[in-house]
Design a protein around this ligand. Sequence first.
Ligand SMILES: *Cc1c(COP(=O)(O)O)cnc(C)c1O
Length: 437
Amino acid sequence: MQFQSTRSTEQASLDQALVNGLAADGGLYVPVELPQFDVRDFAGANTLTDVARVLLTPFFQGSALLAELPAILAETFRFPIPLTPLPGKCDNAEILELYHGPTAAFKDVGAGFLAACLSRLQGDPAQPLTILVATSGDTGGAVAAAFDQRIGMRVVVLFPEGRVSERQAQQLTCWSDNVLSVSVKGSFDDCQKLVKQAMANVPLASQFHFSSANSINIGRLLPQTTYYAYASLKHYRSTGRKPGFVIPTGNLGNAHACVMTRAMGLPIAAIVLATNANRTIPDYLESLEWRPRASIQTLATAMDVGDPSNMERLRGLLGDAAALRRQIDVYAVDDADIRAAIRTDFSEFGFATCPHTATATHVWRHMRPDLRSSTDWIIVATAHPAKFETVVEPLIGTHVGLPAELAAILSRPSRSVMIRPSLDALTEAMRERFIPG
Ligand SMILES: *Cc1c(COP(=O)(O)O)cnc(C)c1O
């Protein structure tokens, strides 16, 4: 299938879109058309990987990766994505647990899929591809884990010194020789600026063969459609009802994947987004005016986005604010309500939720009554609470057990280099690690 930029008629094949990340005109790649499905197309497809193969095959027509799709999916879904019923009094609600991957957040799905694709397209030991990623916490860990030890692939992760949690820092710095972890004496914005400078530097770019793995790459969105398809089919087959989804939302990647899945004909009723106190999206649907702004810090840090880049894709698919308002609902949740939701979840469900997931459980409890009663709900859980234990544990008054994969990561040796926020310092760190002699 061909992909087209959101800003012009520029087109690319899937393979080019995966490698390029961003279109040359600065737009985001979207499929020229969405394939259409009927529930019957998934007959016999019962597991997540079976469903994923049916759903993603049309996107891979014409791609060098088509024959590899089953292997790519097997690599991506090495961990389960359970759909767990909530206790009886919760009106048939279920929770979609996206946090069983190596770094305990849903970003492991997109990062794993992208790594499986790129290493097949580009993994040349003689001329390794270098993925540059600036992170404020979650993304960098997922990308490093996904590319760790891959032949012909290197990762350089830049994170702001002292501004990520201890457990996040460990997830950024515990990998093999092909992952260089760089702690930058500056802010997240400084890290992002360095990535842009490095990519724009022609001699450096030709020496290191740069690519990016940030969340606007279509290779992170496509695999995220598969768990919405899988969960909605599972619910529909067992109840005859189309479920709605409540989705914690920051940069709109995960939510847009759900909107794409519904647009492809999967049995999904309402889609409700939960943001934290960064209100750009709810304000847009209310005022019909798009006013991006600087992000503010909240307890759900991975959703601290004031200018969600995937809005460009969402508008392209659903239309302007007035049209969006008819097709999705959005609620903002402040920190006090996040805290309250974590407590209520623990007493009502019997398990802890992370601050991001808690925005969704809060919205599920407090959405408009007619919307709430319109369908059954699947609440999307984006990270394991143990990742955010410093927030969660004091609220629930007990220890949150570590999942095995996260425990393994936390016990590994860690290493990073610290640099000033300058391109010279970054170049030196990269040469020292990657250029022999
Ligand atoms: C990145 C992230 C989000 C936000 O997802 P978007 O695709 O940016 O909307 C929510 N929760 C967690 C735990 C995340 O890491």
